[in-house]
Ligand binder design. Structure first.
Ligand code: 7RM
Length: 635
């Protein structure tokens, strides 16, 4: 793909052009792709109603751009390198031609099984090439994919299936992660027993070959679906604004939001950002370690790299199996050029000791990326020095499920880098800091709520089935602005540093979880009357989960109670939502209007007893002392 920013002057020029004439800027970016019909108008936006449309009247299919377009010149080039969980098992490689054939074949299989344009297909699968094949097969025929992270519980899966009324569910028999085998098909059956009548068929990919429960007439093997299907498939020609996928993310209420992205804008933005942010060079191997169940996996494991004809590495396992050198062994083995991971992984590997990085040839690495949460200074330096050998720049990329692609980031080799700073907005991105009243905080050396004042092609289109919720969540806090939910600081040179969420969202190891979701699950425990959950600083996870609970009856064995609470969290949400600390309290600090004072709970969790602020206006100020005293007894 052409149009790569390649100097600082170029960056400034592009940035200026993107602001002065956004339509012209984004039209020229879009021309790097293949459209079957050009758009009539580039953009139409109404932040008041939360309506944003891009490339209206344009027709395309994103898989033509991810696959067909590369066949002429690079059909033998590797599209996917798959590295299994077990290092003794063989690597799989799929060329662009093979990936194209597999996608077409499965797409034909989906069509033969009643799936067509607009139908929702849910994926609950581990990191296998078949997950990529299945997702692209949906895109090929215009079906809307909804990937649910395979670490979520059966209950969470059921909620997401029902919210999008998915017609089909695609899973594996078992998932393998580190030393564990997870019986996903059993979890799927459990989810489907929770009122998912919308699901007509379940497609099962045989991953381990272990025994699984089976429902005749509903369950089908992946291989039976593709059996006899042609390796060519006419793509469904999509309107630019037809939905491409739904991806659920946590907000401040208990119910996850189905973020909807559409075909044209998402394609242009992920292609544009992959090319520029990583300064991609043809022939490079790109490894984004994110699970495809998150937006980072959608945009930078699948779509961004494939749109650019890159080789994308897919890893089934975890960073610490069989030992904490696994990432570096894979980088060495496949001569990875671009490595993109989360601060939580960096911190965990840093804590495991330098002996694991030493002795691995990491010389192919040209760029190191991080995403998902703030990276602390120590981890930034360790990454830069031990992994990047002081040569490969670290790019701290800030973005969200709702933004579809990277928004604020250094450009490697072009702009400078500074620890903890996501730095500069990409051309086309117009960040602004405001105070709580929505007044712009101008000038450098400023801190405020991070908003974006102009749309970009992959801005969230709606929350599935409930547009009002989309308007309310992102466009109502400050009229005329998209509100990110994050607080940020702008330094003396205009670089942005992301401080964190200002809403009731906790970022655990880079995974977003709403406090309300966690509290709902804890409240399911028979002995819990009420609970309140806050995030607190955690050395590896970034934020840990601290739960305050009020009990119905006192317990003698607190450890047993904590275990039961965590069982509820695993049951209702998944292992990522386990509480790190639980404190039994006789009451929760509340305002007179009945709102829980999370600020106080956060301070107690972090043992920060100074500046508790004015507590005299609380409904029950006496409870603060109890909480502070109990917190002092915690490790
Ligand atoms: C891509 C992704 C979004 C939230 C976002 C922030 C936090 C993401 C950074 C970051 C500091 C970063 N999507 N966040 N990137 N905080 N520095 N580079 O993570 O929807 O799952 O989460 O994550 O709070 O609002 S997400």
């Amino acid at each position: 793909m052409k149009l790569q920013i390649n100097s600082i002057t170029d960056y400034h020029t592009s940035y200026r052009e993107s602001i002065e004439d956004p339509a012209a800027f984004w039209a020229s970016q879009a021309r790097a792709f293949q459209w079957t019909k050009e758009w009539d108008a580039v953009l139409e936006s109404d932040f008041t109603g939360g309506y944003n449309r891009w490339y209206m009247g344009g027709h395309l299919n994103i898989t033509i751009n991810c696959l067909d377009r590369h066949l002429e010149e690079s059909s033998d080039k590797t599209a996917i390198v798959w590295e299994p969980n077990d290092p003794m098992q063989e690597t799989r490689k799929l060329s662009y031609r093979e990936l194209h054939s597999s996608v077409c074949q499965f797409a034909n299989g989906l069509r033969a099984n009643g799936i067509g344009k607009g139908d929702r297909v849910c994926f609950y699968m581990p990191m296998l090439p078949e997950l990529v094949i299945g997702i692209l097969a949906c895109a090929r025929i215009g079906a809307i994919h909804s990937v649910v992270f395979a670490g979520f519980s059966a209950a969470s899966l059921a909620d997401r299936i029902k919210d999008a009324s998915c017609k089909m569910l695609i899973c594996a028999d078992y998932n393998i992660r580190g030393p564990k085998q997870i019986p996903v098909k059993s979890l799927v059956d459990e989810a489907l027993s929770l009122g998912c009548e919308c699901i007509e068929k379940v497609i099962v990919y045989r991953n381990t070959g272990g025994g699984i429960p089976w429902v005749n007439g509903r369950d089908y093997w992946w291989y039976d679906i593709i059996e006899g299907q042609a390796e060519e498939c006419t793509p469904e020609i999509m309107d630019s604004e037809d939905p491409l996928f739904i991806l659920y993310t946590s907000g401040s209420t208990g119910k996850p939001k189905g973020v909807v992205h559409t075909c044209g804008g998402y394609m242009v933005y992920t292609g544009y950002t992959f090319n520029n942010v990583f300064q991609f060079q043809p022939g490079e191997i790109h490894w984004c370690t994110a699970d495809i169940g998150w937006i980072t996996g959608h945009s930078y494991v699948i779509y961004g790299p494939l749109l650019n004809g890159a080789t994308t590495l897919l890893f089934e396992g975890i960073p610490t199996y069989p030992d904490p050198s696994r990432f570096w062994k894979i980088c060495e083995k496949h001569k990875v050029n671009i490595f993109y991971t989360a601060p939580t992984a960096i911190r965990a590997l840093m804590a495991a000791g330098d002996e694991h990085t030493i002795g691995h040839d990491l010389s192919a690495i040209r760029v190191l990326g991080t995403v998902g949460e703030p990276i602390n200074e120590e981890a930034w330096h360790w990454y830069n020095e031990k992994v990047g050998r002081g040569i490969a720049p670290v790019i701290d990329t800030w973005w969200q499920t709702e933004t579809g692609g990277i928004m604020i980031t250094p450009l490697p080799g072009i702009t400078d880098t500074k620890p903890c700073f996501a730095s500069y907005p990409l051309p086309g991105v117009q960040p602004i800091l405001v105070d709580v009243n929505g007044n712009e905080i101008e000038g450098n050396n400023a801190e405020g709520l991070l908003c974006i004042k102009f749309p970009w092609p992959s801005i969230i289109r709606t929350t599935y089935g409930d547009h009002e919720r989309c308007r309310q969540s992102y466009f109502s806090a400050f009229p005329g602005l998209y509100f990110t939910g994050d607080e940020a600081r702008r330094d003396e040179d205009g670089r942005y540093r992301i401080i964190g969420r200002v809403d009731d969202v906790i970022n655990v190891s880079g995974h977003r979880i709403g406090t309300a979701e966690i509290e709902n699950a804890i409240d399911e425990h028979d002995n819990v009357v009420e609970s309140a959950v806050v995030g607190y600083a955690h050395p590896i996870k970034g934020q840990g989960i601290y739960a305050y609970v009020i009990l119905l009856h006192p317990v003698s064995d607190e450890t047993a109670l904590f275990k039961e609470i965590n069982e509820k969290l695993v049951q209702y949400i998944g292992p990522i939502a386990k509480a790190d600390e639980v404190m039994i309290v006789s009451g929760l600090p509340k305002t007179r209007s009945g709102k829980i004072m999370r600020r106080l709970l956060r301070k107690a969790a972090e043992k920060d007893y100074e500046n508790l602020g004015d507590i005299s206006t609380l409904l029950n100020p006496e409870i603060v002392e109890e909480i502070v005293e109990k917190s002092k007894l915690k490790p």
